[in-house]
Design a protein around this ligand. Sequence first.
Ligand SMILES: [Zn+2]
Length: 299
Amino acid sequence: MPTPEQLAAQAKKIVQRSQRQLFLVQIADEAKLRRLYRDSLKKVNAKILMLKDFPKHLERIQDDLEKEIARLSKRATTVIEGSNKSAIKLGIHSSVDSMILYKKGFPTNFKVRLDSEAFSRVFTQAVRAASVPIENISLSGRVWDINRIALEDLNRHLARAMAQGRSMSEITQEIRRFLIFPDADLRKKKWRLFIKQNPPGRGVYRSASKNLQRVLRTESNRAFRLGAAEYAKEKKWVKGVKWNLSPGHPEPDVCDELSHSNYYGLGEGIFTADSVPDSPHPHCICFTTMVVKDKYLPK
Ligand SMILES: [Zn+2]
């Protein structure tokens, strides 16, 4: 019979294995987001290339651009919601798998596995928890905020470039940067000037697409933990949920504190199932494991 420590280590490995699967899902969903942006960019550029009579047509084009970006935002939100659902499923399944390890110590009436009814109940609760706004901003609101900033930059740039009488092909090339990828070559004078005119928020210039990939990752990592937490809430043998730092954790942050503090008197880094921290920082890839009550552990 393995010791409780060995069981906990095995359970942790199971969750980490699922987390690696989650990262593959995220990569695939990020590719979906990039495709959406590329498609939108094509439409935006087609509109701009049709722009002949400046400034008469500029306003109308800007209306069209806004409509296109609104459509893009809606589609991107759907991609992220889908990614969250996949993450929740992985979170629930890995919780079940990790608890099967402990089954020998449980009374026979404890149900570790979920039948389809129980699964859909836990899943629905987790989906609901994942859709709770973060700092009062819903997911669709956050997506729109990011795209709206890109749209404003884009409109400003367009008006200025047109007033300067620059060529349409040059303008459409530049517009790529706002939406897609900051692959600007900073050794080139053209891009140095571009960055100067469109100052980055902090550090590096990030396109809307890049920012949204960050939202997707942060949301989906959170959804993975929420799936596990909703499972834990249902199971009376669970003492608490342990916050684990990811091995690739770069530098000390709020998560070191979360994983070491004993807030609930349950042990280091252990939270009650309904008080698991939400999403302490962007890109947080900390994961949670379930802690079984002492009386059900092998003696
Ligand atoms: Zn973290």
